[in-house]
Design a protein. Sequence first.
Length: 255
Amino acid sequence: MMKKWHPDLNHFEHHVWDEVYEPSEDSFALEDALNEDRDLLCSIVRPKLCIEIGPGSGYVTACLAHLLTVNHSCDAMFFDVDINRTACQATRSTWDHQSTTSAPSKGESRTMMRLEVIQGDLAMPLMERMKGEIDVLIFNPPYVPSEPEETGPGTAIINRAFAGGPGTGTSVLERLLPHVGELLSPRGCFYVVAISENKPKETIVMPLLKQGLVPKVLIKRQEGIELLFVIRFTRRQSSSSSSSSSPISSKEETQ
């Protein structure tokens, strides 16, 4: 069995995690989802343009780049956008560190992956120039239900990485969702992380179905008190696997 590859984050000093989200169970679930979608990504989508919103340390972006590289898939351009300046620096550092420390194994070839990191709000810096062009869009949003004062003036910047706002905790995500359909290419995929408290059927699945995007639950995993989901959305006509989508029941959302 091939040993599972993970990005090396040993280049970070410990204090970085005071300001940047450290990869955790949701990051690893997203990594597993991308690996589960290996055939779709590498044989059908063959992405030329990949975007991660809120990359934090750059862990997931590095995972996707490695996945595409070892499968000789393509020479993709990556754009990562984070509102946190320190996270932007961390993402760049992780990318550069993998590029210099991970040589191709026997039988592998090195493809020409490129990354541009932008400090900005969600996909807003890319909205006009990349409409209909994004092949892979990834977002592990702040999803923990929280009070407004948890991200207000004087609070730690790391709070923005997990505090999703009042109610369902989807305030940040809901600002992106209306634009997903117009951003994706005809073969594009959108990967998003959610927990049951987010009520993902109502807050995520239904709005994207109205945009002609079909869900498939790739990961459903109990992590402590949280029921965690990774959901992939594709255009209705773009992937035969969409027809086998796994719906999220109301019972799952309230567990």
